[in-house]
Design a protein around this ligand. Structure first.
Ligand code: PLP
Length: 371
């Protein structure tokens, strides 16, 4: 690097980036395949909501205009949809933007810390590092469930944020809401419990399992929601934070103007109203999840019970191929799933629920690989 005169913050130099799932185009190129099935990033197997697609088409001509700052139409739609005041909602360029904003706004680098479970969604750790904020990861229990008392114990007076994914990514397990309430009560009062509900809509009873109905009783809890999964808008980038109003005001003040674009805003509003697509998504995911669980178990894999739109599994005692070999074997056959090595789980794999046809092809391929 001699001769360069750039200043690069130590937190950014040699940065260990977020590792996304492979894309269809990458795998097509690498293996010269014409058809590739992607079951790697928990996207919606049905694609984009037709109502959202129509809204994008209708609004495409507005692409030359800046959106209205703060996306008031979307905020109004979200508030009405969830029955909560508008002042709590901050839309973002994916919920990742809200995670980033929370990490830049709440903890003071060198003083405060952030707590989460080990082997959780890596953005919590990646963005903490970039901010120079201490990240504490708490081991899970032997069955991979969250150690909620352990998380509470890891939080001290300098803990600014505690992230919990409900239901969990990558296991799909969903802690009972009563246990999450207990955690919220046990935390120091100025520690914000951030519940990432990216997958809550895939639970059997989202209304009873989400923390949103309890938000008014807890001043120290925030909820993150995304349009990337249930609403099929991953590529348009749209999510939101539902936050204590005073914190929401700070995020609105500091965020990048226009980070939620015109097409995403229109798509989001339309998707919220598309009940048919929402219910069809839930049905297809619930059926596919049950089928994949059954078939993978029958093939001798250890499968973790999931309430999300994916399943975590690992080879059993009878398997000769390890997780890396299975992943590569599937890839060569044009099926992309997710290795969890970047979550610190060398022997685990995660498969997103696909369409009925995709699920069947995935099972056929993995059966042949194991034979
Ligand atoms: C997919 C996912 C998100 C959503 O990210 P977006 O930026 O909204 O696409 C958030 N949290 C978790 C745990 C996820 O798996």
């Amino acid at each position: 690097m001699s001769g360069t005169a750039f200043h690069i913050r130590p937190e950014a130099a040699g940065f260990d980036p977020y590792v996304p799932g492979l894309s269809v185009a990458e795998v097509r190129e690498r293996y010269g395949l014409s058809t590739v099935i992607k079951m790697a990033s928990n996207e919606n197997p049905l694609g984009i909501s037709p109502a959202a697609l129509e809204a994008v088409r209708r609004n495409a001509g507005l692409g030359f205009r800046y959106p209205r700052e703060g996306n008031p139409d979307l905020v109004a739609a979200l508030a009405a949809h969830h029955g909560l005041p508008e002042e709590r909602f901050v839309p973002g360029n994916g919920s990742d933007e809200i995670i980033d904003l929370l990490l830049r706004v709440c903890p003071v680098p060198g003083r405060h810390n952030v707590v989460a479970s080990r082997s959780s969604f890596s953005m919590y750790r990646v963005l903490s590092r970039l901010c120079g904020v201490e990240f504490r990861s708490v081991p899970r229990r032997d069955d991979f469930s969250f150690d909620l008392p352990g998380l509470a114990a890891a939080a001290d007076d300098n803990t600014a944020l505690l992230f919990l994914t409900v239901p969990d990514n990558p296991s799909g397990a969903c802690p009972p809401r009563a246990d999450v309430e207990t955690l919220a009560r046990r935390l120091p009062p100025d520690c914000l419990l951030v519940l990432d509900e990216a997958y809550i809509d895939f639970c059997p009873d989202p209304g009873a399992q989400s923390f949103l109905p309890l938000l008014n009783d807890f001043g120290n809890v925030a909820v993150l929601r995304t349009f990337s999964k249930t609403y099929g808008l991953a590529g348009l980038r749209l999510g939101c934070g539902i936050l204590p109003p005073a914190l929401a005001a700070v995020l609105r003040a500091v965020h990048m103007p226009f980070s939620v674009n015109t097409a995403a805003e229109a798509a989001g509003i339309a998707a919220l109203g598309d009940k048919t697509f929402y219910e069809e998504t839930r049905r297809v995911v619930a059926e596919g999840r049950a089928l994949l669980h059954e078939e993978l178990s029958a093939l001798g894999f250890v499968v973790y019970p999931s309430q999300a739109n994916f399943l975590m599994f690992r080879p059993g005692t009878g398997h000769t191929m390890n997780a890396a070999e299975l992943f590569e074997g599937l890839l060569a056959r044009g099926v992309i799933i997710r290795r969890l090595a970047s979550y610190g789980l060398e022997e685990h794999l995660r498969v997103s629920v696909g369409t009925a046809r995709e699920n069947k092809e995935f099972i056929n391929h993995i059966r042949e690989l194991c034979a």
